[in-house]
Design a protein around this ligand. Structure first.
Ligand code: SAM
Ligand code: SF4
Length: 468
């Protein structure tokens, strides 16, 4: 028993060092200007930040200092991925769940929630609905549903690849064992994503009182199994608002550093989900207030993830409203969902009764794209890296040398053009053309520019699915 406990503690310490985090967050001193600039200058070199530096940034509250952090995060984002913002949509397959997470509408004791698991035909219909909107990249999402097992998830992805033009499918699912993950990877899933919710073990155990999810160690080691099973890209994140965000941000950065040390790849994505109201959830108002993450704090967290793990896609969901999402894009976020439904079947059937939580930004893909272009940025429907092997340690290495943005810019232009050609844009075509032209002019290398111009011509002639 004692041996098990020691093993548990030591195993955990390798991934995140709880004691160290607790020690670091005790200090609430913000850096002075000189120290802040020195941290930001280091981050500019795309080498990431040490936990001691991360906590210093977390302690900043003064508006002028925050502005410096935001500016630098935006500059790092541009050096790593250029102006592009990758767009995707979640596709909920099942809201059955055997767990009891206190914050989630899908929790098994919630008898008010009608349950639904999509069959293959319905999955394809949902994927088609998203394809018609213009998406090429989907994230499948499931509750911990014993009947949404590996076979089901393999059939789902095969049907989507077979019946639609969706180009890459990622997965947000409960932790699994290596053999199950191997099957999923073989079937063609891109990124395997599991949020730790909170890295603070006592809080985790309190909020997950029953079901397989109550096992903290099984969850925090999910990525080790995914990487051992052949997944090269994994996505992590803490559900912000469950515990002191300073603890969870530090732990998330440590988790990514651990993956890099052990597997040569940082987390491919870091998500920044913030707790939303959910029918049937059990979190008390007092608790929600205690750990509430304000909009300004969410901006700071986004910027800190960008500076600490520069190669990661920092992912913003529609849990946040349009105005804040715009601001998050200015401080380091690089990926966004759009038009999301959190109920299985929601894209075809609508209705709110089956949903996990309510979203805030209800705009569709087109509106979000227009907004991104108005900001001077570039919407991207690219799904290339996973299909050409720019994944895992290769992705981390190319990206940390600042070499990815050339690919990103070219592929954003190509996929934007494809989007334009495949739908009626009526009076909006001019705006798209303008953004495209501007992006093309920004390409510095003549050889790449010529390649992209050639691909645009091929698209005009009817070819599709082109990339660099
Ligand atoms: N069931 C799987 C799990 O828990 O890992 C994966 C799917 S679950 C639907 C996806 C994520 O939704 C969870 O990891 C959690 O972070 C998030 N979530 C749950 N309840 C939420 C809420 N009320 N507000 C915002 N996000 C929530
Ligand atoms: Fe189930 Fe995931 Fe919701 Fe927990 S967060 S109740 S595991 S769907």
């Amino acid at each position: 028993m004692l041996g098990g406990l020691i093993y548990f503690r030591e195993g955990l310490k390798m991934i995140i060092n709880e004691e160290k985090i607790l020690g670091l967050i005790e200090c609430r001193n913000a850096p002075d200007r000189k120290e802040l600039l020195s941290i930001l200058n280091r981050a500019e070199r795309l080498c990431g930040l040490e936990p001691e530096e991360v906590v210093k940034l977390l302690n900043v509250t003064e508006p002028e200092q925050l502005s410096l952090i935001y500016e630098r995060a935006d500059s790092v984002k541009k050096r790593v991925f250029g102006e592009r913002v990758v767009l995707f949509a979640p596709l909920y397959l099942s809201n059955h769940c055997v767990n009891s997470c206190m914050y989630c509408g899908f929790r098994s004791p919630n008898r008010e929630l009608p349950r639904k698991r999509l069959n293959e035909k319905e999955i394809v219909e949902e994927a088609r609905a998203l394809e018609e909107m213009g998406f090429k990249r989907l994230l499948l999402v499931v509750g911990e549903d014993p009947l949404a097992d590996v076979d089901y998830l393999v059939k789902a992805i095969r049907a989507i690849y077979r019946e639609t033009d969706i180009r890459i499918v990622h997965l947000n699912a409960p932790p699994m064992d290596v053999s199950a993950l191997r099957e999923l990877k073989k079937a063609g899933y891109g990124v395997f994503q599991v949020f730790q919710e909170t890295y603070h073990r006592p809080t985790y155990e309190h909020l997950h009182p029953a079901g397989p999810k109550s096992n903290y160690m099984w969850r925090i080691t999910a990525m080790d199994r995914a990487l051992s099973a052949g997944f090269e890209d994994v996505g992590i994140g803490a559900l912000l608002g469950l515990y002191d965000y300073r603890f969870d941000v530090l732990a998330t950065v440590m988790h990514s550093a651990y993956l890099y040390r052990n597997y040569g790849t940082h987390a491919h994505t870091i998500s920044i989900p913030r707790i939303r109201p959910a029918k049937g959830a059990l979190l008390t108002q007092k608790r929600l207030e205690q750990y509430r993450v304000t909009d300004e704090e969410l901006k700071k967290i986004t910027a800190i993830y960008r500076l600490s793990v520069p190669t990661a896609g920092v992912v913003v969901s529609t849990r946040e409203g349009a105005r804040l999402r715009r601001e998050l894009l200015r401080v380091g976020a690089s990926q966004m969902s759009a038009g999301s439904r959190t109920d299985p079947g929601g894209y075809r059937q609508g209705g709110k009764t089956l949903e996990q939580f309510s979203t805030d930004d209800k705009r569709g893909l087109l509106e979000v794209m227009l907004d991104i272009m108005e900001e001077g940025r570039l919407p991207s429907l690219c799904a290339t890296c996973y299909r050409v092997g720019r994944v895992g340690s290769r992705f981390t290495s190319i990206t940390s040398q600042g070499l990815m943005k050339g690919f990103c810019q070219a592929n954003a232009i190509i996929t934007l053009k494809e989007y334009m050609l495949d739908r009626e844009l009526n009076g909006l075509k001019g705006l798209f053309d303008e953004a495209l032209q501007r992006a093309l002019e920004e390409i510095k290398e003549e050889r790449v520019k010529r390649y992209v111009v050639e691909k645009l011509r091929e698209l005009e002639e009817g070819r599709r699915d082109l990339y660099l």
